[in-house]
Every structure is written in C-alpha cells, then in structure tokens.
Design a protein around this ligand. Structure first.
Ligand code: HEM
Length: 436
C-alpha cells in the first residue's frame, strides 16, 4: 500500500460534496418542516419514523401522486411505486452531481477509504458492472447453501448461549448474542479466524453510519478510520489467502484467474459481503426480541409453537425493517405509478414505510406473526440489488431466536433498550435483559 499525500484533500472534498453541502440543504429543509429532511436529521423521527411515513402517504395522496417532493429529492412509501423503482432500468444507484462537481466527486474517491455506498461496492454500481461482481459471490448464498449451514448456525448459537448461561442473569443481549451470531457465520463463509471476530465487529460498527446521508465532518472522519482499517485488513487477508487458499469465499476471490478485477474491486466485494453479513442481521434479531417481549400473547404463542419463529422473523422484517430506506436516481425522464420523475432526480424509497402500505397489508400497524402475506415486504429490497444474504439472514434469525427462547424461556427486558444512532440501519445498540 502506498501513502497518498492527497488523501486528506480527497476526504475533505468527498465529505463536502457528498455530505456537507447536501447536509446544509437538509438542515435548512428540516427547519422549514420538510419531512424528507426531517427524517434524516430529526432524532425523534429517527427513533420512530412511522408517523412520518403516514404523513408522507397522506401528503403524496393529497398531491395526487405517489411521491412527496421537496424540489431536490422525492420520497415514497407506496409499495407499488417502490417496487417499480427498485426493479426499473430507468433508475440507477449512483449519487450524481451536476457537471464539474461530478468529476471532482469521482476524483475525491480514495481507494483505501471506499465505503459500502461508494463505487465499486456492489450497492453503488449499476448493470452490467454490478452483475459481474455479484456473479462472483452468489453461489455462497443460495438457499441450498444456506440449508447446508443450518447445523453450523445451530452449533454457533448453542455455543454462544452456553456462554450466556455461564454469565450472571443480566446481560446486554445485543453485545453478547445478537451481534455475535451473524459475525461468526459470515466470518466462517469468508474464511476469517475466530480471534478476529471482535476486531471486525468493532470496525463494522464504526463504519455502519457511512450508509447515512448528511454526516457531520466529525462523524464522517470517525467512520472513515474504521473503513480504512477494514481495507488494510482485507488487503493483508487477501494476500494471505493467495499464498495459502482455503475453501472459502475470500480465497475464491483472491485466486480468481479468468478475471481482471482490480484490487480495489476485490476489496469492495469482500468488504460489502462482510459488513452486510453482520451489520444487518443483528438488527433483525434485536428488533424481533423487542417486538416479542412487548407482546405477552406473541410470547405465549411462540412458546406453544416454536414453528412460529419463522413468522416472527418475517413479520419483524415487515414491521420494523432493519434497513429503512434506499436511494435511487432517475437515469432518464420517466413515470412511476402514473407520477412523472425528471432525469437526475434522487428518489428515496422508504422500505420501512412501503412495508406498512395498507394497499398491500391489512391493518399494517399491527404486529402479527401469523399473517400469511408478510413475505411481500421490501425489507430485502427488490430488483437487481435484492439482498444477497436474505436466506442467510432468515436462517440465522429464525434459529437464533428459537434457541435463545428455548434456553431462556423467562427472558425479559431489564431496562429500556437503546436504538443505534444510524438512520438507514434500524436496530438496537443495547438491550439489557434478564435471562432467568
Ligand atoms: C436482516 C438482515 C438483512 C437485511 C434487512 C438486508 C437488507 C438489504 C437491502 C435492503 C439491500 C439492498 C439495498 C438496495 O436496494 O439499495 C441489501 C443488499 C445486499 N445485502 Fe443484505 N440485508 C440483510 C442481511 C444480509 C446478509 C446476512 C448478507 C450476507 C451476505 C447481506 C449481503 C448483501 C449484499 C452483498 C447486498 C448487495 C446486493 C447487490 O447490490 O446486488 N445482507 N440487503
């Protein structure tokens, strides 16, 4: 790795164009009451965005549209419109700036600090490049492959629960369980030794906020240090796998022969799969525990019928989605569900709001693990970027929750859980529980 003397300049420019300037407009919009802006910066709406989603639904309907529009960004909570956008070739994932600013923005990308929403991350590139990256990793995450992992998930969850049982009765469920299960499994798929899990978790937690818009310079700088550490670690790790490959995903990437992927592209694929593999499922497990704990009738139902945990997971994905929104940009003048969108317009699809669309889900604000159409949710997105790890996340959460409650049938919250400070990812940072 060479030292880039321009790195601080790139960082400053990238923050200014990607977060600082848009952040000014967003803060101003929020002061004026604009909902799209308030959803980014208002801590109350971060805590509970659902009333705001219903206002968006009503305001859009009052305009005879599926969108609200603040002149710079459009937003939708309409399930049909969100699905159409996510599946449409008329929309791409790149954040576009006008003319020269776009060139400056592209130049500002530091290859040792490219995060999950910077190219060449799969999340930040459109077809055909996107398909080229994705094809290299899909085989590790097919439903069949995940079925083969169920035993490992069970063993890992059991080992973690043994650890919990050996502790006192009061623990932080996120730190001691929900976070550890996904990182152990994705690390195994990638071929990362167990002694590195804690370090990866710390870097991943620090980097997770890079998915959010309008970061302050302090937040951005802090998160960048974690992203840089992950790049350096992955660079070393890929080199080690090249020297001595195993039967794992990173070895397969490190020893690709027919492909002319750059080192940055390889790190981009590895970093996204690694980070997405544990920074999301932790939230699904935590959100599910919170929903179940606050409903005695659901607790009783899963105790009587552990087969219902699959329904709890699906309903949690719908009702309290771990990824609340995604961004798309119109590549051409187009029309979505009858509403026009101009080329270059940024559109926010609020997955968490679309998952409560009454046109699709009856009584959507009710948490009901027996609902038979919960699986129509958009929690894993749709279209070409549909979550690669959806089957894995479902398996980890279903097995992890069932075993947790079987081992500790009297588990209960022991204090107020605290939400993570992130906006795109929705989950708990801490969840104090009493196990017995
Ligand atoms: C509850 C857990 C999870 C949720 C809610 C979730 C959600 C999502 C969403 C919403 C997207 C698409 C974003 C967009 O359209 O812009 C996505 C993409 C992705 N997810 Fe997940 N995810 C979860 C778990 C996982 C796991 C366990 C993995 C492990 C491999 C993973 C890997 C990925 C990857 C690689 C992408 C990018 C796919 C692409 O761009 O083609 N995710 N995920």
């Amino acid at each position: 790795m060479t030292i880039d003397v321009l790195s601080p300049v790139r960082s400053g420019l990238r923050w200014g164009l990607g977060h600082g300037l848009p952040g000014l407009a967003i803060r101003q919009g929020a002061r004026g009451g604009d909902l799209v802006s308030r959803l980014v910066v208002d801590p109350d709406l971060r805590q509970d965005p659902f009333p705001a989603y219903e206002r968006i639904r009503a305001d859009a309907a009052a305009r005879g549209s599926v969108f609200i529009d603040n002149g710079r960004l459009m937003g939708t909570v309409d399930h049909a419109a969100a699905t159409e956008i996510l599946r449409s070739d008329d929309f791409g994932v790149a954040f576009e700036l006008p003319g020269r600013l776009q060139r400056a923005f592209a130049w500002s990308l530091d290859p040792w600090a490219a995060g999950p929403v910077d190219p060449p991350s799969m999340l930040a590139v459109d077809p055909p490049v996107h398909g080229r990256y994705r094809r290299l990793v899909t085989r590790w995450f097919t439903a069949r492959e995940v079925r083969g992992l169920e035993e490992r998930i069970t063993e890992t969850a059991t080992r973690l629960l043994d650890g919990l049982a050996a502790q006192g009765s009061r623990v932080d469920l996120v730190e001691e369980y929900a976070a550890l299960l996904p990182v152990a499994i994705i690390a195994e798929i990638l071929g990362v030794p167990a002694h590195q899990h804690a370090q990866l978790l710390a870097w991943g937690n620090g980097a997770a906020i890079t998915l959010d818009p309008a970061l302050t310079w302090r937040q951005y700088r802090g998160a960048q240090q974690h992203v840089r550490a992950l790049h350096r670690w992955l660079d070393d790790h890929l080199a080690a796998k090249r020297r001595s490959p195993g039967d794992d995903l990173l070895s397969a990437l490190a020893t690709l022969e027919d492909d002319d992927l750059t080192d940055l592209e390889l790190r981009g694929i590895g970093l996204l799969v690694l980070g997405a593999g544990f920074e999301t499922t932790v939230n699904l497990i935590g959100n599910a525990v919170a929903q179940v704990q606050s409903r005695p009738e659901v607790r009783a139902a899963v105790r009587d019928d552990p087969g219902l945990w699959g329904g709890v997971v699906e309903e949690t994905l719908r009702f309290d989605s771990p990824v609340q929104l995604t961004f798309r940009s119109a590549l051409t003048d187009t029309v979505v569900a009858g509403s026009p969108v101009r080329r270059g317009t940024g559109v926010l699809t609020y997955l968490g709001g679309a998952n409560r669309d009454p046109a699709v889900f009856a009584d959507p604000a009710r948490f009901d693990p027996t609902r038979d159409d919960a699986g129509r949710h958009l929690a894993f997105s749709s279209g070409v970027h549909y979550c690669l790890g959806a089957s894995l996340a479902r398996a980890e959460a279903t097995i992890g929750l069932r075993l947790l409650h079987e081992r500790f049938p009297d588990l209960r919250l022991d204090g107020e859980p605290t939400r993570r400070p992130t906006r795109v990812l929705r989950g708990y940072e801490r969840m104090p529980v009493a196990l017995r």
